[in-house]
Design a protein around this ligand. Sequence first.
Ligand code: HEM
Length: 536
Amino acid sequence: MLRQTVHRQVKNILQHAPARTSTSALAAVSHSLRLQAQAIREYSAPSAPSSSPSSNQSQQPKYRQFHTSDVNKQAREVPGFPILEDPLANNHSIPSFMVGTQNGFLPRQDPLDVLPKEYEALEQLLQKMPLTLKDGSKGFLAQGKFGEACEGLPQYDLSNVEDSELLSALYRDYTFVASAYLLEPCDLLYRKTGEYGLGRQVLPKNIAVPLVQVAEKIGAKPFMEYALSYALYNYRRIDKSKGLVWGNLELVRAFSGDKSELGFIISHVTMVSHSGELVKNTVRTLEAADKHNRQQFNDSLSNVVSTYEKINMEMDTMWERSMPSDYLNFRTFIMGTKNQPMFPKGVIYEGVSEEPMFHRGESGANDSMVPMGDNLLQLTENMPSNPLTAVLKDFRTYRPHNHAEFLQYVEEKARQAHVRQFAEQDPNSAAIYLAAVDQIRNFRNRHWHFTKEYIIKYTKHPVATGGSPIVTWLPNQLATVLRTMQEVGAKIDADKLLPENKTLVDALTKRADAQARILEREVAQLRTEIKDQDKV
Ligand code: HEM
């Protein structure tokens, strides 16, 4: 049935394709649809509990269809993947999240910040929800009254909603309500005792049914996600004419409602605001490696390095925008229901399925900038084959569908074009490659510091919000990056390097050596302090 739908779509595109559309763009769309169908099959596989609200709906494809003719008109003709050059901000029929050279991994249009009047009860519930409200008073969560307040929420029927912007807003809002409802008891207990206890194990049908309806329409899992809800679909520009910069952004929804939650979320947005540039140069680097164009390869990979530099500098502002001592105030609400002791048997979605569901929680691990670098630089395939790396791969399914497809495209293309090997064939290209890997190291190393300073310093809870073991998972990737740098550095013939590259290669490899030793010692020590670090 799905295969037939996809075939019909491809045929339709071929018949109605604009004359200008190249075969490569058509191949791209057909590839995109094939992946879509594959993901539909995976998500509907028997191991994943069915999440259809009714038997009638279970006949429908689980993923919202692309209005591919719109995409075709605007897609840059990258062989293999349609990338938007124009975000098509006025288009409300294609998904809100589609990779573009302008919007990068951000939504194509700013998030819808107020729900239409007909959803007033939902809007009001969310506005009164945070621990601290905008006027400084206590919201439902602070008073332990959120669960009770949810009882008054009508069960909206979302089956006729088709506008992609409204669907995205409703998905964001229902995922906020669901997480607050499920985790409210954990937050109350944590504030009293420092323990999370158990969350609510059943999601009532007035939340569960519309959440599953909207999740199916946008092709997401029915649980809070990083891009589709908490971080990248949750900002509002204060001055619409100004950019996505710190000072001009506020939150649409919040759990704690304090300044540190604002700083935490907005730092992600301002970092991702550079991702269009990153996408553009990643694609150019892939093209250059494919065509063996050395000059283009060096230029575009150097641009990748300088863009990651900007992103890393932006990341460093986290320390002043969001206080480490406040982080645990909102962290409870972004926890998942998979691999978390608060939900030992998952969560039953009332009115949807009798089978419990398990979902990873919100996590920056579902951002696409670092996975794109991992794939471009072929770091993903250098990760050890172990259960921690399997978690990394699982995280890649928790993101907008089009982002997941794009990451897969970059991984395949880099492998076909032998990006790393092409870089290593020329010592100065290898130096640029090393500098690019060093930016990924910079990100992951700062990130490891964040984890120690914002989390491990305050709690011995063994699992991160995304369900990964807090001490061992991040170092699994950081150690791979350091090892890759050591391997590449050792192969470079220093005598053939430009003088500036000689100094660079020397400094980067020495630092990688030192950090690898420190990391190993740190992890060994932390493993003795926090339990269950081999459990994934
Ligand atoms: C206070 C700041 C932060 C803390 C405490 C933090 C914490 C964590 C933790 C504990 C994980 C492990 C995965 C899991 O949730 O199970 C993770 C993963 C990740 N986070 Fe963050 N995070 C922070 C900020 C950010 C920011 C600003 C970004 C930017 C996009 C980000 C991107 C990532 C990425 C890409 C991963 C996966 C890392 C990898 O592949 O090695 N995080 N984060």
